[in-house]
Ligand binder design. Structure first.
Ligand code: NAD
Length: 357
């Protein structure tokens, strides 16, 4: 009998709908060969939700996602909504959704596809074999800390971490490291920030339960530099919310384009799977966005949320095969391309490879 999963789908703004449609195309292709039925439930969030309901995260979306097996998400945001009050902006909807879903662990793999080694701005010899997993804390830190306020002559935010928040994200990172190269670099700014020393102390505590894992600590400014100098030194990078946000964007350029990298946000219940990039308003509606990050996020969803390893592997292989055959979107198009494809064209090629027996 076919396995059936309910997938929440939040397309969002800008290129969101274009890239999510391609991920669904690929999921549908693997569903046939893997005997899976996906029941998609589309929900609103972000600017499109503001336009239709007046708020960035409608109540129906909050209750709807909790009834799903996993949620696939595109991206939100755009200048149209930038002048709204902060709590009414699309980005506030996304932060609130992550908090509501309890998705405190954001996994962001940064891998370099051999086929695209020339697409990066860095030298191939620096990049060959790069395979990093950034484990970013997602529902705490300065993005959520209280008090926060913007006044006429000053503004402030607060970086807070509780013991429980650091413990649980550190455990996630150590469990992941055990299945990989058994090395963790915990990133902080403990030379300046109390909250970072606190983070460091708790990570050390967790490390004592994982004697096989080699733990190092590095300041965030040094990591930014080391990622560019010698990225192969990293296996798992464990870090807080704001540092992880910035470092994973930097790490994305190792792969050649921000349009390639997926993420999985997991935690207490239903997981959220999304590309690491934003809604790219500058290219929205032109059919040129790279859907690979979102398709790859769908593969992470199959693997981490649904336990469908075989289907996930099909998608990962289909992406590699597509790139190996020289199909590219514009963002990576100049490099060893046989053909520069539109968003829906490359989606169809990946779906075709993913559906082959
Ligand atoms: P962005 O990631 O949207 O775009 C940065 C650059 O990368 C742009 O030049 C864009 O064209 C390019 N790019 C991004 N994704 C691409 C893809 N799939 N294919 C090809 N090129 C791609 O970041 P930004 O410009 O700083 O932000 C735009 C909007 O997105 C803002 O409103 C921001 O708040 C929002 N945003 C949303 C998320 C999210 O939904 N998770 C994350 C970051 C930014």
């Amino acid at each position: 009998m076919s396995k059936k999963y309910t997938i929440g789908v939040i397309k969002g703004d800008g290129i969101g709908p274009e890239i999510v449609d391609e991920a669904i195309k690929v999921l549908d292709a693997v569903a046939v060969v893997e005997d899976i039925i996906f029941d998609y439930k589309e929900m609103l969030m972000g600017g499109v939700a503001i336009d239709e309901t007046g708020v960035p995260l409608p109540d129906e979306t909050i209750s709807g996602v909790k009834l799903c097996d996993a949620v696939l998400f595109g991206a939100i945001g755009g200048s149209k909504w930038d002048s709204l009050e902060r709590h009414l902006r699309p980005e506030s909807g996304l932060l609130a959704l992550r908090k509501e879903m309890g998705t405190f662990a954001n996994l962001r793999p940064a891998i370099v596809y051999d086929e695209l080694i020339n697409a990066s701005t860095l030298k191939p010899e620096v990049l060959s074999g790069v395979d990093i997993m950034v484990v970013r804390e997602l529902t705490g830190g300065i993005y959520f800390g209280q008090p926060r306020e913007q006044l006429k002559d000053r503004a402030y935010n607060t970086m807070v971490y509780t013991r429980e928040e650091v413990l649980r994200i550190a455990k996630v990172a150590f469990e992941i490291a055990m299945k990989r190269g058994k090395r963790i670099c915990s990133v902080d700014k403990a030379n300046v920030l109390e909250v970072s020393q606190f983070w460091r102390d708790i990570v050390e505590e967790v490390a004592s339960d994982y004697p096989e894992v080699e733990l190092s600590h590095m300041y965030v400014d040094n990591v930014a530099m080391q990622l560019i100098r010698d990225p192969r030194q990293f296996d798992v990078i464990l870090t807080g919310n704001i540092f992880g946000d910035i470092l994973s964007d930097a790490a994305s350029m190792l792969s050649g384009s921000i349009g390639l990298l997926p993420s999985a946000s997991t935690g207490k219940g239903v997981g959220l799977f999304e590309p690491i990039h934003g809604s790219a308003p500058d290219i929205a509606g032109q059919g040129i966005a790279n859907p690979i990050a979102t398709i790859s996020s769908a593969a992470m969803m199959l693997k981490y949320a649904l336990g469908e390893e075989s289907a996930a592997g099909r998608i990962d292989n289909a992406i590699k095969q597509t790139l190996a055959e020289g199909y590219r979107t514009g963002d990576i198009g100049a490099y060893d391309a046989r053909e520069v494809c539109a968003t829906d064209e490359i989606g169809s090629i990946i779906a075709d490879y993913a559906s082959r027996e």
